[in-house]
Design a protein around this ligand. Structure first.
Ligand code: C2E
Ligand code: CA
Ligand code: CA
Length: 635
């Protein structure tokens, strides 16, 4: 054969050689791959390439660009280099952390792997339309499937003509959390703002409205009246203010309780409002007091008619409460023409007119006019005068002897108040007691009278004018406040040294007085001090048999009017006799006042009246004349 053994050997050698070379090449390839990976992962600082025993080249990766690599490796942002097709060629440590993926695995992966599937990363978007780089926010999904929001910045990098992109990834998780906190905070803030606004609105409502009825309050209606007046100055029209006061509100409150009272006020508010025009304002300005403003009213408008409608509307409401307590109201009207006056003046005038309506029996309408104004002015002048008299101690006392009708002996005195005027004349009770009671000045006035009377009487006792001389002092029911009178009586007795049993109080009843427990208590306390209590003017006022039985009384005073008609009017004679009998049966003393004639005296003696006083015996006397009057026995 043409093929020798040597050929076979050479071929086998060549095969061996080829196999060795292949193995070497495979090793080189593996080494090269590993080297490339290491370079890509930044693990290689330098490498040496030798192409023969004598020739070596060292490629240093660390010298020139090392600071940048250190910088990139230690950045707080993730960094990567990607190819145009989106393959990750390089990733720094931080990016590996961000994506929870070992750095070695990152290299060679498409960036889109971390795009979350549905929303792969669009490199064109990342690079920007010009390809020059842009910044976008992306949600990456890490290897564990968690969303990692990042801000991606890019800059193009041209290496060996291949368009690479350098990307930086800023972790936005902390910022997102912060954003959420801020969003929550601003929501809270917004909520607080609305709360604040609500509170402010509630405050404004509170400041301008009445909580019970929801109607405007005094401040608001005053403001509206003033506005209406200002407007009326330009239009020459009338501004009308009506003052409405419920007549029987106190009764409802006292008899049915506060809840019923509140209900009554709400119904009253509705009823009153129903009678008004849309442009009218109704306000509740106090307990059971309402003010209506009818602005911009022409001369043909029936103002009194409006007032009557208000009254009629109110009286309807009885059945809604209790048929037994029909409500009524009194209305006062004040009218301003051409915007004259102020809200306060108009309300005051309407109030005055309402007060007048009430004094005429209630359930009616009165209009304020000049005459009414004068009367009110007189009343307040009287009040000022009275206050001055009290302040200047010009309250003086006159003493009228009270005679024992069986023996003709003076057993006591009644103290009667006077006011000494600057011209030396004396003002009598009819011109100041009513004002004093109305204004409450009856308290300081009564206190002065009581002190003066106790002192004078104690003095006469000490001077032996009469050792058991008694003094009767008039007390208005208005003075029976809680505890006040008891204390006053006590201190007057202590200061004067007068024995309690020498003092008596005459209750004058100018108005119905309720037998309220507190009043009965107070009178009981006074009685327990030893002070006697009597009922004055019996027969004329409101006092009834019930009063005689339930009040802790010692005597009744038969009113002067009966005594005066004693001999001319059989009926009156009968009344006097009946009262004297009744008093005796109840264990009370009877006292007749206003005895002017001997005939009257004789008749009273026949009837069996115990004591008497009147001009027949003596007029009310100044203190200095009292001793000689008491000494007289020739009555
Ligand atoms: P009163 O308590 O009924 O007093 C009797 C009144 O009749 C006194 O009038 C007295 O001057 C008058 N008077 C006495 N005798 C006769 C008489 O024979 N004929 C006539 N025509 N009148 C006689 P005065 O002093 O003007 O007092 C009037 C009323 O004023 C008193 O009536 C009493 O209710 C009240 N008052 C007087 N002083 C006080 C006081 O200090 N406090 C209180 N709360 N009321 C007083
Ligand atoms: Ca009296
Ligand atoms: Ca009297």
């Amino acid at each position: 054969m043409g093929t020798g053994l040597a050929d076979v050997d050479a071929m086998a050698d060549a095969l061996d050689e080829a196999q060795r070379m292949l193995a070497d090449a495979l090793i080189c390839l593996a080494e090269a791959e590993e080297t490339l990976r290491a370079i890509g992962a930044g693990e290689v600082d330098a490498f040496v390439v030798s192409d023969g025993a004598d020739s070596q080249r060292v490629f240093t990766l660390s010298t020139a660009d090392r600071p940048y690599r250190v910088f990139v490796e230690n950045m707080r942002e993730g960094a990567a280099t990607v190819s145009l097709s989106g393959i990750i060629l390089y990733a720094n440590r931080r990016l590996a952390e961000l994506l929870s993926c070992p750095r070695e695995s990152l290299v060679g992966l498409p960036l889109a792997t971390f795009g979350g599937g549905a929303d792969p990363i669009d490199l064109h978007e990342v690079r920007g339309p010009s390809g020059l780089g842009a910044t976008v926010e992306l949600d990456l999904v890490d290897s564990a499937g968690l969303v990692v929001p990042v801000l991606v910045g890019s800059s193009p990098l041209d290496a060996d003509g291949e368009g690479l992109t350098c990307l930086t990834f800023t972790d936005l998780r902390a910022q997102r959390t912060q954003d959420r906190v801020i969003a929550q905070l601003s929501m809270d803030q917004a909520e607080r703002m609305t709360d604040l606004q609500d509170a402010q609105a509630a405050l404004t409502m509170q400041a301008t409205h009445d909580a019970l009825t929801g109607l405007p309050n005094r401040a608001l209606v005053v403001d509206r009246i003033d506005q209406a007046l200002a407007h009326a100055q330009r239009t020459n029209r009338r501004t009308v203010v009506l003052f409405v006061d419920l007549d029987s509100f106190k009764n409802i409150n006292d008899s049915y309780g506060h809840a019923a009272g509140d209900a009554a006020l709400r119904i009253a508010a509705d009823r009153l409002a129903a009678s008004l025009r849309p442009m009218d304002t109704i306000a509740r300005i106090g307990g059971d007091e309402f003010v209506v403003l009818a602005p911009d009213v022409d001369n043909n408008f029936d103002v009194v008619g409006l007032g009557k409608r208000l009254v009629a509307g109110l009286s309807d409401m009885g059945d809604e409460l209790d048929p037994a307590t029909p409500l009524s109201g009194s209305v006062g009207i004040a009218i301003s023409t051409e915007g004259r006056g102020t809200a306060e003046i108009l309300i005051k005038e309407a109030d005055t007119a309402m007060y007048h309506a009430k004094s005429l029996g209630g359930g009616r309408v009165e209009t304020f006019d000049a005459a009414l104004g004068r009367r009110v002015e007189q009343r307040s002048a009287a009040q000022r005068m009275l206050q001055a008299a009290i302040d200047d101690h010009r309250v003086v006392v006159r003493y009228q002897p009270i005679v024992d009708l069986a023996t003709g002996v003076v057993s006591g005195l009644e103290a009667l108040a006077r006011i000494s005027q600057h011209d030396g004349s004396m003002l009598l009770p009819p011109s100041f007691i009513a004002v004093a009671e109305e204004s409450g000045l009856i308290n300081p006035l009564g206190a002065q009278v009581l002190r003066l009377a106790c002192e004078a009487t104690a003095e006469w006792q000490r001077a032996r004018v009469e050792e058991r001389l008694t003094i009767a002092v008039n007390v208005s029911v208005r003075q029976l406040g809680p505890g006040d009178l008891t204390m006053l009586v006590q201190s007057s007795l202590e200061e004067s040294g007068l024995d309690a049993t020498c003092l008596s109080l005459e209750l004058t009843e100018t108005a119905v007085f309720d037998l309220r427990p507190d009043i009965l208590n107070q009178l009981g306390q006074i009685r327990d001090l030893g002070v006697e209590i009597g009922l004055d003017d019996f027969g004329t006022g409101y006092a009834s048999l019930t009063h005689l039985r339930r009040l802790p009384l010692s005597f009744v005073k038969i009113d002067r009017s009966f005594v005066q008609r004693l001999l001319t009017d059989k009926e009156d004679e009968g009344i006097v006799a009946a009262v004297v009998d009744l008093a005796a049966n109840l264990g009370l003393r009877s006292v007749a006042e206003g005895i002017e004639t001997t005939e009257q005296l004789l008749r009273l003696q026949q009837i069996g009246c115990n004591q008497g006083q009147g001009y027949l015996f003596a007029r009310p006397l100044p203190p200095q004349e009292v001793p000689s009057a008491i000494a007289r026995t020739d009555w």
